[in-house]
Ligand binder design. Structure first.
Ligand SMILES: Nc1ncnc2c1ncn2[C@@H]1O[C@H](COP(=O)(O)OP(=O)(O)OP(=O)(O)O)[C@@H](O)[C@H]1O
Length: 266
């Protein structure tokens, strides 16, 4: 277990019951050290998204608490802590009609004044950073003014990654970031997330359905079932017996259907 100062995220006895009675997390405790690429596996409905969404306050625990970089999440600390957290979504969550540049710079919104946010007058430093990130994630200068919805799925996720890293986040939450991408693009996207995170020392909490990708990219794999941790170890420890235990009778999840549009181009 790492010392307090080296802990990025700590979940302490977290319960989550949604208003309709669904129990998503059931007494979960987990400590994620700084700089770790921690993959969350588990069957559908196991609680992976809920766990991730709690770190930036999109879901609130019914009991228990979460610390981010040693600070407990609460109404007073959340706005400040959110500036330290970037999120990458399964469906990219871009503004479809806005340009690539506008989508990337939107990652800085938590750190700019309301006036700047409303007028879109971002400081030159942020605009320069957005341009640098767009290049870092492998997009071309010609993409800057393109509408986000004119890009392939892989390219859209590159925009999502650039946006997530705009404020040099301590923590990246990636909620099934490659669920709708073909296998090759999935590897490219996870390579990019890992590279950008490593270069900044960012901690990554990433939910995945693909066991091979979890093994390839994770420093540590945590598997959930019905809101509890049922596996926690290095990728090498995820053997057939562990997988059978996580996914029960159904074994490994089958290949994810790839929408034609996204399979066509990374
Ligand atoms: N907003 C919500 N309102 C009510 N119940 C919810 C809500 N979000 C999730 N749940 C329930 O909480 C449980 C955990 O859901 P969650 O989305 O966290 O799981 P998951 O492991 O991410 O699933 P998937 O792999 O399908 O995305 C499920 O029973 C789900 O139906």
């Amino acid at each position: 277990m790492s010392a307090r100062g080296e802990t990025a995220i700590r979940f302490d006895a977290i319960h989550k019951r949604y208003p309709d009675g669904a129990v998503a997390l059931d007494g979960l405790s987990l400590t994620v050290p700084r700089g770790q690429f921690c993959v969350i596996l588990g069957p559908s409905g196991a609680g992976k998204s809920t766990l991730l969404r709690m770190v930036n306050g999109l879901a609130i625990p019914s009991a228990g608490y979460i610390e981010v970089e040693g600070e407990r999440i609460g109404p007073r600390t959340l706005p400040r802590l959110r500036r330290r957290i970037g999120m990458i979504h399964q469906q990219f969550n871009l503004v479809p009609r806005a340009s690539v540049a506008a989508n990337v710079i939107a990652g800085a919104l938590p750190a700019v004044s309301m006036l700047r946010a409303l007028t879109g007058l971002f400081p030159a430093e942020l605009r320069a950073r957005a341009c640098a990130l767009i290049a870092d994630v492998g997009l071309e200068e010609t993409h800057l003014r393109r509408r986000a919805d004119a890009l392939s799925g892989g390219q859209q996720q590159r925009v999502g990654i650039a946006r997530a890293f705009m404020l040099d986040p301590a923590i990246i939450l990636a909620d099934e970031p490659v669920a709708s991408l073909d296998p090759r693009t999935s590897r490219d996207i996870l390579t990019l997330i890992a590279r950008e995170a490593r270069s900044r020392g960012s901690t990554v909490l990433c939910s995945l359905h693909q066991i091979d990708l979890a093994r390839a990219f994770a420093d540590r794999i945590v598997a959930l079932s019905a809101g509890r941790i049922i596996f926690d170890g290095p990728p090498e420890a995820l053997d057939r017996a562990a997988i059978a235990n996580i996914y029960g009778e159904i074994g490994e999840p089958g290949p994810v259907a790839i929408p034609e549009r996204m399979a066509a181009a990374g």
